[in-house]
Design a protein around this ligand. Structure first.
Ligand code: SF4
Length: 386
């Protein structure tokens, strides 16, 4: 089976108020250089680390057909640093030609020249973190850029021939009305990106935004309004020729994210960098979450892996079911039965009947699918399969 490679770049210009990813503020080039060196060492020692951590064979012979640089803000890397990491990947993995190669970018972090350099290194897809076109909301989120920066960076992306751009937008921001959200969606759709990732805001404990909500400086997210916003997403994207292929992901025909689809289809992804999570089809493992510790471990020739979970058949079957259910085409029950020997309709008859009665799931031929309501309350459905 073909595999993907994920590289985590943990540096950002500033720290957003809602973010709970493993990221640090970009301090100086020296720190980034040190991190890049550690990453390259981790990539080249991959075989060594996995075979030392577990008794299984490493799977470096997998053909790689996607590379994804996420973060953090990978667009803060220089072209030289990106090239160095890529060389390391190519030396250690069998990378196919014409792969999907995505780099996450944030507004006001790239110049035309840098984008052209990224393109010449093979980056052919930009995942662009816009989040909102509303300057007031951007301030609350502490995004460190304004809406005009986002518009200008999008123009730069097109000017440097990026023809596969994904937009990230967040709905349900503090004080955001349905009309505000509609304006944001309209502006994004008018720009005609090839792909849209549209998320509902999640509040994570320990973030500044969670604290502001607790101390009543910002309002609690309104669940009913979020559901209305989600319905508007479905209506507007469909009306503008976008296909929904996953709960939060929409695209122009044939522009699905190949890399992200691997997560939902339970295909292997080898991930490197601080807090990176890998899956080889049978086990999951993850790296140290603190950047300094991650770098120090590697500099001391020690493995950055902090957790390995070998999944048994039951766990694999459960994960496969709820990850496939995230996809619009749903879970094919016949294929599932022949792969795992489990008849879900029989095994979960009462649960499925209840979810169907609440309007959260539906059947389409051999497939079990989430309804629009089920997509909003997907965690209720997934709980049945875990
Ligand atoms: S840019 Fe993204 S990764 Fe960086 S702090 Fe903001 S939300 Fe987190």
């Amino acid at each position: 089976m073909k595999a993907g490679i994920y590289i985590h770049i943990p540096f950002c210009k500033s720290r957003c108020s809602y973010c709970d990813f493993a990221t640090d503020v970009y301090r100086n080039n020296e720190a980034v250089e040190r991190y890049v060196n550690a990453l390259c060492t981790e990539i080249s020692d991959f075989r060594f680390q996995i075979s030392n951590s577990e008794d299984q064979n490493p799977k470096t012979s997998d053909q790689i057909d996607t590379i994804y640089f996420g973060g953090g803000t990978p667009s803060l890397l220089s072209a030289k640093q990106l090239e160095k990491i890529l060389n390391s990947i190519h030396k250690n993995f069998a990378v196919e030609e014409n792969i999907e190669f995505t780099l996450e970018m944030n507004p006001a972090t790239v110049s035309l020249e840098k984008l052209k350099d990224f393109k010449s290194l093979g980056v052919n897809r930009a995942s662009f973190g816009v989040q909102t076109f509303d300057d007031k909301a951007l301030k609350i989120l502490a995004r460190g850029h304004n809406a005009e920066d986002a518009r200008k960076t999008f123009e730069l992306l097109r000017a440097s021939d990026f023809d596969n751009i994904s937009f990230d937008l967040i709905a349900g921001l503090p004080n955001q009305t349905l009309n505000d959200w509609e304006r944001n969606l309209d502006e994004a759709l008018k720009l005609r990106p090839e792909h849209l990732s549209l998320y509902l805001l999640e509040i994570h404990e320990g973030t500044p935004l969670a604290e502001q909500i607790r101390s009543k400086r910002q309002p609690l997210p309104d669940e009913d309004l979020a559901a209305e916003m989600y319905e508007l997403i479905i209506e507007k994207t469909a009306g503008n020729g976008f296909l929904q292929y996953e709960i939060s992901n929409f695209c122009q025909p044939t522009c699905e994210s190949k890399h992200n689809s691997k997560y939902w289809l339970c295909e292997p992804v080898f991930a490197f960098g601080v807090s990176a999570h890998s899956f080889d089809g049978k086990k999951r493992w993850s790296n140290e979450r603190d950047t300094n510790k991650y770098v120090s471990l590697i500099e001391k020739d020690e493995s950055p892996i902090v957790e390995i979970n070998k999944l048994d058949e039951k766990q694999l079957a459960g994960e496969f079911a709820f990850l496939n259910l995230r996809l619009s085409k749903g879970l094919n029950l016949d294929e599932y039965k022949s792969r795992f020997g489990i008849d879900l309709k029989e095994n979960l008859a009462d649960d499925l009947a209840r979810l169907e009665e609440f309007g959260l799931i539906e059947y389409a031929g051999d497939c079990l699918k989430l309804t629009c309501k089920g997509m909003v309350y997907s965690n209720e459905v997934f709980a049945v399969f875990v």
